[in-house]
Ligand binder design. Structure first.
Ligand SMILES: [Fe+2]
Ligand SMILES: [Fe+2]
Length: 490
């Protein structure tokens, strides 16, 4: 009997899964794939063609060229895979940026290697990639850019190669974590200073034993001008990063923090025209931030995403309960559950329109439909059922898609728990609060809403704990302090 029940449960689960949209893979058109492949071929040709110019060309030289060509082509492919792995939602434009920067660096090595230090050629693009695509992609890019030298005649000094690798790795690792333009400026000053000192210690000293004193002064001068050039190129790169952000849709930490500024016109409008939604948004930010911190997700992303998730309610603020004063509800006057469901869905559709108009990055815009997923509008569904029992529940479900990332999944859970936690009695115990949170999360899980969010059981446990901690904070704030005439310590 138990086996039959389990089988039925499994069948029901499979059926539920078939009712929600399947996870959308990254759509890269055939033409984009072809262009990316052609650029990779071009990089391989530029990185290896000098090996074919050796005369007389024998079979060993030809195989040496073929090996280098294949090596670069495979490396470029691995670079694209790494960037896709680190950024599952990477677009073809961003892949194109990564490989175009690699192509530009290989061309610069051919034309400028004898005049400009490799540090100035390789480090600035690393800054763009680490900021826009993350540290791992930047490290993968650096390894290809530093290892492949198209012209065997311009061999890189071992010490310089070591300095290049250290400096570009530092830029890759810090660039992916930096949260403000000011920190970027600091990086563009300290990295050239570090490269100058390390070159002076590792290369400058070696040369003094080989050359005379006058040359030593000259060599020092070269190191200084190289480092100065590196600083100038890095500063120029920082100036151009906002342009790269808008052309290639990059989402840097600095951009995320700029978008999270509550003085942004759209957020100001929300606070003035839909104050209830604004309060709800702030509380959700707190819940989602704490939960994301617990599981080690992207806090800046979820904070900004949460701020814009209900921006679509601006189209009709008083149709949402949090903005009503309790006297008049337009849904009661309308008395049509179908129309009411359309108004609710419109907060997602209009939100996406606001996102497009205000040029919000795709990763932020994703929070708008995914926080509602394909959830059922239970209240209006029940109302419709009262009138007609054979109603199709799909009319009363949001259009989705269900959350596709951990961050959007957390936001959906925070959105669900916010009202329930706010409404809880001030004297409720932790156990009761945890039970309420668990029930809401379980209902989302059972409904198949978390199927694509990649949250593990352990992470869901931590999210529940995080929500409970935030509720405890809220409860603490709501407890009134005793007032007395003798209370003079505040
Ligand atoms: Fe919403
Ligand atoms: Fe919401």
């Amino acid at each position: 009997m138990q086996n039959i029940t389990t089988s039925l449960k499994n069948l029901f689960y499979l059926w539920r899964r078939s009712q929600v949209p399947v996870k959308q893979p990254i759509k890269i058109s055939r033409i984009d794939n072809l262009v990316i492949f052609l650029v990779c071929i071009l990089i391989s040709i530029i990185s290896s063609y000098k090996l074919l110019l050796i005369s007389p060309l024998n079979t060993a030289d030809f195989f040496s060229w073929l090996l280098t060509f294949t090596e670069i082509l495979i490396s470029s492919g691995i670079l694209i895979l790494v960037s896709k792995k680190e950024n599952p939602t990477i677009s073809s434009r961003q892949i194109f940026l990564i490989i175009t920067l690699l192509l530009a660096v290989q061309v610069a090595k051919l034309s400028l290697a004898s005049a400009i230090s490799p540090l100035s050629i390789i480090i600035p693009p690393t800054l763009i990639i680490s900021q826009g695509m993350g540290s791992i992609t930047a490290l993968a890019w650096v390894s290809i850019a530093s290892l492949s030298w198209p012209d065997p005649a311009v061999a890189i000094n071992n010490n310089l190669f070591f300095i290049l690798l250290i400096c570009s790795s530092v830029v890759s690792l810090l660039g992916g974590r930096i949260r403000s333009r000011a920190q970027l400026l600091q990086l563009s000053i300290f990295v050239p200073i570090g490269s100058f000192l390390s070159q002076w210690i590792l290369i400058g000293k070696d040369k003094t034993s080989l050359i005379n004193r006058q040359d030593f002064v000259l060599v020092n001068g070269d190191i200084f001008s190289d480092s100065l050039l590196l600083a100038i190129v890095m500063l120029c790169t920082i100036l151009f990063i906002p342009i790269f952000e808008s052309i290639f849709g990059l989402l840097t930490k600095a951009r995320l923090l700029e978008l999270a500024d509550k003085e942004k016109p759209l957020i100001r409008r929300l606070s003035l025209e839909a104050p209830g939604t604004f309060e709800h948004t702030l509380l959700i930010c707190g819940l989602a931030e704490e939960a994301t911190r617990m599981i080690g997700g992207d806090i800046d992303l979820i904070k900004t995403g949460a701020l814009y998730h209900d921006i679509g309610k601006l189209h009709a603020p008083n149709w949402f309960i949090e903005n009503q004063d309790g006297t008049k509800n337009p849904h009661d006057e309308l008395d049509d559950p179908f129309k009411s469901a359309e108004v609710l869905q419109a907060h997602v559709d209009e939100g996406l329109k606001f996102a497009r108009k205000n040029r919000l990055p795709k990763l932020i815009a994703n929070f708008i439909p995914e926080h509602q997923g394909t959830l059922k509008m239970g209240y209006f569904f029940q109302k419709a059922k009262e009138k007609n029992l054979n109603i199709n529940e799909n009319y009363f479900r949001y259009k989705g898609p269900i959350p596709q990332s951990k961050e959007t999944a957390i936001l959906m859970l925070a959105d669900g728990c916010e009202a329930a936690l706010r409404a809880m009695n001030i004297n409720a115990s932790d156990k009761e609060a945890l039970k309420t949170i668990s029930n809401i999360i379980y209902s989302r899980q059972k409904d198949g809403q978390l199927d694509d969010g990649n949250l593990s059981k352990g992470e869901i446990f931590l999210i529940k704990r995080a929500f409970l901690n935030v509720w405890k904070r809220i409860r603490h704030r709501r407890i009134q302090y005793p007032t007395s005439k003798n209370n003079t310590f505040s």
